[in-house]
Design a protein. Structure first.
Length: 472
């Protein structure tokens, strides 16, 4: 009998998992259960100044093979667009200062651009240069990013380059995030190295074959629409919140919906945030649930503001700016969308995407939308010289949205994997585990679907008399 897989959660992780399962030869029947009224999760688009702008993730890292393959198969590979090649700024020390080129997650390859940028003082540059002379340092087994880099680069480079980059990607702080889990490419490059700068300059550089980050005209929702269309052979349900998952005597699972409908599954893939997965797996996999509940999350928000072009004094000649936590600003960063993406270019309007929320900063969560917009506007007056109130705004709050790969993350994942190995047929995947961005979710979904198929393909062929869906 054809096996049946239930995917809990209809965001990118859930839909990508379902899609890959459907592509397998003799693949299973697939049901996707989404608690909300639409598919897509945090991928969402709003119209501001007549332009379609993403209020969740607005770009996709295409250097991962699973991402390139997916775009090819969905017919989207030739419909993506890279950002303007103009670079970005860091708003610090009272001015917008150019982000030095050739940096890896805030770690600069050369020292001279640091000095000319004004990001650090001459003393800060000298301290950064000490990296060339300092001996190797013993690191903890699971070092924080601060453990890995602050001692080598000094406070100024660390605080004004490394930490703001982490805020933009992880909404996290470098003194809490695990280097192995949050920035594995940096950790693998620098582990055991004596000098950060010498290692950076000697690293192998592959010729660029196109932009690493891309967006889509019309918004990233096009990726979700394409996935939904490609999953037409699946049973796709919205407004289908799952209340519980319980093991059956025959080795399968009862997935009970909030309305008491029960969906019977051979395998269940849970793609929800870790805290929701913990609740759902409390009965069937309590040890895994305990570890899942320990994964921390941070609240974030994106705020879109539109101004007339003549109401902004700055030329907006780059893609936007990041803000170091050490400066105490509310903003984590801004993207100048009408400068960053060619498909959003506009002759007379400017649309700014402001990001707030990071680990340790919850000031904005007690503000009303109007208060939040006013606070962001005041910081834009300082940073880019806006001279009038925005004509349009859109506030999107994402509570408990960004998982934090804090120290011990790899051990937590190992414990989750071990606990689930004792519960055949239960799987978890998504941003909480091995990659927070869309690309990470797509890559993990591909691996998860392979694992599910390998298990279901070796089913003993037992025929079950009862139907897949029953009502209680």
């Amino acid at each position: 009998m054809r096996s049946h897989v239930v995917v809990v959660g209809g965001g990118v992780s859930g839909l990508a998992t379902a899609y890959r399962l459907l592509q397998q030869p003799d693949g299973p029947a697939v049901t996707v259960l989404e608690a909300g009224p639409r598919f897509g999760g945090k991928v969402a688009t709003a119209t501001v100044a007549g332009l379609p702008v993403d209020t969740g993730p607005d770009s996709l890292l295409v250097r991962m093979p699973a991402v390139r393959t997916l775009l090819d198969e969905l017919g989207l590979a030739d419909q993506v667009e890279g950002p303007a090649p103009s670079g970005a700024y860091v708003w610090t020390r009272g001015a917008l200062r150019p982000l030095p080129p050739a940096s890896l997650f805030g770690v600069p390859e050369r020292l001279l651009p640091l000095l000319t940028s004004g990001l650090v003082t001459p003393l800060g540059l000298l301290r950064a240069g000490a990296d060339l002379l300092l001996p190797r340092r013993e690191l903890p087994a699971d070092p924080t990013i601060a453990d890995l880099l602050r001692h080598r680069l000094g406070d100024q480079v660390f605080d004004r380059l490394v930490d703001p980059m982490l805020g933009g990607v992880h909404a996290g702080r470098a003194d809490r995030l695990s280097a192995r889990s949050a920035v594995p490419e940096v950790m693998s490059l620098l582990e055991g190295a004596r000098s950060v700068y010498l290692t950076m300059r000697r690293r192998e550089k592959k010729p660029a074959s196109g932009p690493a980050l891309v967006s889509m005209p019309g918004g990233m929702g096009r990726l979700l629409d394409a996935l939904v269309a490609a999953c037409a052979d699946a049973d796709l349900r919205t407004d289908a919140a799952v209340a519980s998952i319980r093991a059956r005597a025959d080795g399968r699972y009862d997935v009970t919906l909030a309305g008491s409908t029960v969906v019977v599954a051979d395998d269940v893939v849970v793609t929800t945030p870790a805290y929701t997965a913990a609740e759902l797996l409390a009965d069937v996999a309590p040890d895994a649930a305990t570890e899942l509940a320990s994964i921390e999350y941070v609240d974030v928000a994106t705020v879109m503001l539109s101004y007339r072009r003549d109401q902004v004094e700055h030329p907006l000649d780059r893609t936007g700016f990041l803000v170091p936590p050490v400066d105490g600003r509310l903003l984590v960063g801004c993207s100048w969308l009408t400068s960053k993406w060619g498909h959003l270019a506009h002759d007379t309007r400017v649309v700014i995407r402001a990001m707030v929320g990071r680990d340790g900063d919850t000031r904005w969560t007690s503000m009303s939308d109007a208060e939040l917009v006013a606070a962001i506007h005041d910081e834009l007056v300082e940073s880019v010289g806006v001279t009038a109130r925005p004509s349009e705004v859109h506030v999107q709050r994402w509570p408990a949205a960004m998982p934090q790969y804090t120290v011990g993350h790899a051990d937590r994942l190992a414990a989750i994997d071990a606990a689930l190995a004792a519960v055949p047929g239960i799987h978890v995947t998504g941003a909480a585990y091995r990659g927070v961005g869309l690309a990470g979710c797509i890559s993990q979904a591909a691996r998860t679907s392979t694992a599910v198929h390998a298990r279901t393909a070796h089913d003993d062929g037992t025929t079950h008399d009862d139907s897949l869906v029953t009502a209680r």
